[in-house]
Design a protein around this ligand. Structure first.
Ligand code: FES
Length: 567
């Protein structure tokens, strides 16, 4: 009997026919006919959760996927996995991305599926789904939640969470009062869907489309539009095609696809978090993502999309302007158009020819008249970040990009919370705020704490250089150096910085240097307290013992592809 559909991956009893007989009898208890049980099985990985507001519409969306699967002759079977609602997780959602990826991989491997629709959206979910599907090697297609609509307050458009930060900073500076900031709170996230700016969720959805793991146009359709349901139906149909093919994720997410993704990331001015997620997904497929390549591509990739937090528009505007197909067309001279997609066709075959740039809109710029000549993200290296650090140039203050400053050091998140607003803190506007022990192991979980608040005593100062081994929300902005690798908690030089040290930041030279004599650093290293022991048990222990550094994607070493296990 063919190892397909319900006949695949049978429980081991030592009697294959009995195992199938047993499985079919239980499958029949769900009311399916013999005819239905003989169809290709499409698993619908539904990450709905009442603790994930962004996925609020997933019940309806899953029904639309099922319509498509039935229409195309498949049997849709929906199942849940861990869901990660960005703001509902302690200590941080990043701590659980790898756990979710394991859940996805294991369930895709263990159940009798011929293909899967991966439903995700909120920041860590699409990366986790792709990591799991890449390792499972099952044909799969992504269906994103879609962005929420922007809100409004007194005539001003608002979007989580760029405007959360903007209004909170204004409140901290005393420019608005408590009641106003509370009124804004009710308007920041008005519908289902993911944050409506080019944050991490939107960036990863767009990169998924660019890598060919989603149907064209799917990254930007607002969560509440009827078009998203139609797109879900099409996704279901395509999943049945995938079930009949051998088009596994490794044939789509190739080196060329990752190269395309890095290029598109630069053109979007996208989230710094995407770099970590791409490195992790690539690592599952035996591909080493090279930070140097990201930087190199940035030099020849213009920023084309004018979205918050770097620009002015929201995802719904981006969608109306044509979304990712327009961006991909504008970048066509630089992209690998022969990269395969989930449709079975190459990326270039999916895009309209002849193509005309939609001149009636201002959200997407033509490649010859870009928003910025060079890409949004730069990679820094130097004595403070031997394995690299990331800075989002498009969201930074140009006058701070090449400077030397005096370090004001916070040794942990707790220290930061205790002292940042201390009236006696010795800090000046041109100082560099440094946060240690907020990386993958140090925090643990590498929270989005890299966007350190400006000390209250510097009221009126809008931006300062901030350096850490943490991440930053894709919806945030400022001159913020992130993902310093190796992190302080594993002996990285970031942990040796002391108050008053001078640090050189040179985006021009791509350098981040601690200007302290080697002898002094040696002495500091010798006098350092031993690193904290890992937690005694459970997932936290597994995490702290297995998580890799940011430049490798902060995946677990044992989950990377066999060929990269030695990294
Ligand atoms: Fe879910 Fe922003 S909180 S995407």
């Amino acid at each position: 009997m063919e190892d397909k559909g319900l006949a695949s991956r049978l429980t081991e009893y030592g009697d294959r026919e009995f195992a199938l007989y047993l499985r079919r009898s239980f499958a029949r208890s769900m009311g399916f006919s013999d005819q239905a049980l003989g169809k290709p099985v499409v698993g619908i990985v539904n990450t709905f959760s009442e603790l994930n507001n962004c996925h609020r519409g997933f019940r309806e969306l899953a029904e639309a996927v099922k319509r498509g699967v039935w229409q195309a002759g498949g049997l849709p079977l929906e199942f849940p996995t861990i869901s990660l609602g960005e703001v509902f997780l302690y200590p941080s959602s990043m701590m659980f991305r790898n756990l979710m990826s394991m859940d996805v991989e294991v369930m895709l491997r263990a159940q009798p599926l011929d293909a899967a629709v991966l439903m995700g959206g909120c920041d860590k979910t699409i990366p986790a789904l792709l990591m799991g599907a890449a390792s499972a090697g099952l044909p799969a297609i992504v269906l994103a939640a879609g962005p929420m609509l922007a809100g409004s307050y007194r005539g001003e458009r608002l979007g989580a969470c760029t405007d959360c930060r903007l209004y909170w900073a204004r409140y901290r500076r005393g420019e608005i009062d408590r009641s106003m900031v509370e009124q804004v709170e009710g308007q920041l996230a008005p519908t289902a869907g993911t944050c409506p700016v080019m944050g991490t969720a939107s960036t990863t959805a767009c990169l998924t489309e660019a890598m060919g793991m989603m149907l064209p146009g799917g990254a930007t359709i607002p969560a509440v539009h009827a078009d998203r349901l139609r797109h879900a139906e099409e996704t279901g149909k395509q999943a049945v095609e995938l079930a009949r093919s051998a088009l596994t994720p490794d044939r789509i997410m190739t080196e060329k696809a990752f190269d395309n993704a890095l290029r598109v990331l630069q053109a979007l001015g996208g989230s710094t978090n995407a770099v970590i997620h791409l490195a992790a997904i690539a690592g599952r497929l035996g591909i080493r993502l090279d930070l140097g390549r990201l930087d190199e591509l940035g030099e020849t990739t213009p920023v084309l999309v004018d979205l918050k937090p770097s620009g002015q528009f929201y995802m719904e505007d981006f969608h109306r302007a044509g979304g990712m197909p327009v961006v991909l067309q504008e970048l066509r001279r630089w992209l690998h158009f022969d990269a395969l997609t989930v449709t079975g066709a190459a990326l270039g075959e999916l895009l309209d020819e002849p193509y005309q740039w939609p001149a009636w809109q201002e959200v997407i710029r033509p490649a010859d008249e870009p928003l910025q000549e060079k890409g949004g993200l730069v990679v820094l290296k130097g004595s403070l970040a031997p394995e690299g650090a990331i800075l989002k140039r498009s969201a930074a203050s140009p006058e701070l990009l090449n400077a030397t400053g005096r370090a004001v050091v916070f040794t942990s998140l707790q220290d930061l919370a205790a002292r940042i607003d201390d009236p006696d803190l010795d800090v000046r506007p041109d100082d560099f705020l440094v946060l240690q022990h907020a990386g993958p192991v140090g925090a643990p979980g590498m929270p989005e704490a890299g966007y350190l608040p400006i000390p209250r005593k510097l009221a009126g100062v809008k931006d300062m250089v901030r350096i850490s081994d943490a991440r930053m929300s894709g919806t945030a902005f400022g001159t913020v150096v992130l993902h310093v690798s190796p992190e302080a908690a594993v002996g990285g030089p970031l942990g040796l910085v002391r108050d008053g040290d001078l640090i050189e930041l040179s985006v021009e030279k791509r350098q981040l240097n601690l200007l302290v004599a080697e002898d002094e650093l040696r002495a500091r290293r010798a006098g350092q307290a031993p690193s904290r022991p890992p937690p005694a048990r459970g997932y936290e222990r597994l995490y702290c013992e297995s998580v890799q550094q940011a430049h490798l994607g902060a995946d677990f070493a044992f989950l990377r592809h066999e060929s990269l296990q030695g990294d």
